[in-house]
Every structure is written in C-alpha cells, then in structure tokens.
Design a protein around this ligand. Sequence first.
Ligand code: ATP
Length: 298
Amino acid sequence: MEKRTGAGALRVPAYAKINLTLDVGALRPDGYHQVTSVMQTIDLADTLLISVAPAGIEVSCDAPDVPAGEENLAHRALATLAPLIPGGIRVDIRKRIPRAAGLGGGSSDAAAALKGANSLYGLGLGERELLAAAAGVGSDVPFFIVGGTALAEGRGELVKRLPTLPVFWLVVVKPGFGVKTGDIYRLYRESAKVGRTSLLLRALEAGDRDGIIAALGNDLESVTCALHPEVAALKERLLERGALKAVMAGSGPAVYGIFPGEAEARLAAGELKREMPGADVFLTRTCRCVDAVGKQEG
Ligand code: ATP
C-alpha cells in the first residue's frame, strides 16, 4: 500500500514472492525457457521512498551488495517511463528482501517504482500499460504489478490473477550464499512433467488446503540442489522442524517451509535462527500484499 509521506513523496512497499509451483518447459528460440508458475506475494518487503527530484532519475539503496544508479532494476523500470515524467524522480530503497535469493526482490522493486511513479506524477497509466512497461524490464516484473496469487506463463511475463490463496504461515530461509538465475536455467534439462500447476489450480479453485500443499513444487530444485547440497539439507531441516512441505523459491537458494499455523512457524523460525547464524530466517505469511494500482492512503 502506498503512503504519502509529505509533499511530493510516497512510501511504497515492494513485497517478495515465492513460487508455489514452477514448471520449466522447453528452451525457446529467444534463449528463455517456457515456464508455468503459480506465484504468490509474501509479507516480507523492501520499502521504496519515492520523491520528486529536480531532474533525471536517481536511485539509491541502503544494501551495499545491491547496485545503486542505472544498474538498479528500479532505475531501469523508471527509464521506460522517462518520456512521460515531467520532472525528475528520486527512489531510495530500504532493502529487506535478500538479493539473489529467488525471492524476486529486484523485480519487485522495479514494479513498485513503476507504480510509485504513476501515482506520484498522476500519469494515469492503467494496469495494462504498467504490465507492458514491466515486461520490458524483466520476466518477473509483471507479476509484481498484479501481486497476490497469479499464474505466470511464457517466460514468466504473461500474468493472470488467480483466486487468493488461503493464508499460510511460512518460514523462509536464505542460506549465506546467492545463485544467479541465468546459471540455474542454463543447467536445467527438461524432464518428464508431473503437471503440478494444473493440480494446484484445481485445489485453489476448490479452496482445498491439503490439495494445495500436495501440489507445491519446483523443477529447478534438482539443479540448484546438485550445485549446492546445502539447499536439499535446508529442506530437510525445515521438515524436521515441523514444516508440512518445504520448497525452493524460484532458482533459489531460498527455501520456504509451510507450517500448520503461526505458533508452529514462530517456534521453527526461532530454532533455525539459533542453529543457522549465517542464514537469513524470516517468519512470514502469504498475503494479497497489493492495492488497486494507483490507489493511495493517508
Ligand atoms: P529472481 O527470482 O527474479 O531471479 P532474485 O530474487 O534471485 O531474482 P534479485 O534479488 O532480484 O534476485 O537480484 C538479482 C540481481 O539483480 C542481483 O545480483 C543484483 O545485483 C541486481 N539488482 C538490481 N537491482 C536490484 C534491486 N533493486 N534489488 C536487488 N537486486 C538488484
């Protein structure tokens, strides 16, 4: 939800995502794999402070391992709107989502920058225009324009809203290393399909929690786990701590465990924080996490 912070300034949250399913298909002529994924925003977010600047686009980030300026995905997103922006724009990112984790932090910052610029300058862009701008920035960016629960197809940029997932309590763990999404896709070899996305869509439609949990899964796990056995060990650890299921997010290495409820998730998160001081451990939950585009509060 965007919040006005003063004259000409907005505070916009940029939520992380998990992939409830990630089915990876054939390599396309353009070098991307065909993907089918049900994506879900979670209540873990960066915050973008967006304000009017005298001229040009300025992007800063408080995380030393995330690029500022033109390399930042928020900057690239704003550059696509530059011809429409009458003045300058400044974005200061407060980073909470770990980078190179599979949680889509950079893509979410980019989508939040587009929505924020649209509101700040009253550009009047509708969802369709924002989705088109987002698709030019990166495959996952359109999903974050929509948020909540959505089906992503193509290279990920074709997004369709789905019925909102019932709330699930999660523990998300990001080991102390990152992976490059491109490296994982390059190593992926298509294998026999288990069709988990269609199972999930049926379970979602029926509001069947057990069916939803049974359908969760990610084709890229085999690649990332082969490169980094710590990821398979992390899944095991979450299951030992009471997770009903543990699945990698995107290309990893972050893994999420789904817990029966808040108390169980909180207990497991506390234990994992103590046991894994080198990892980022988050107690969080699935959420709608978005407002109608352009709506403001306060
Ligand atoms: P995805 O799941 O979409 O592949 P990810 O969660 O694995 O993404 P990101 O955190 O989005 O990874 O970061 C990917 C790379 O993008 C990082 O290595 C970082 O240098 C660069 N980057 C550019 N802008 C940002 C940003 N605003 N936040 C995080 N990373 C950014």
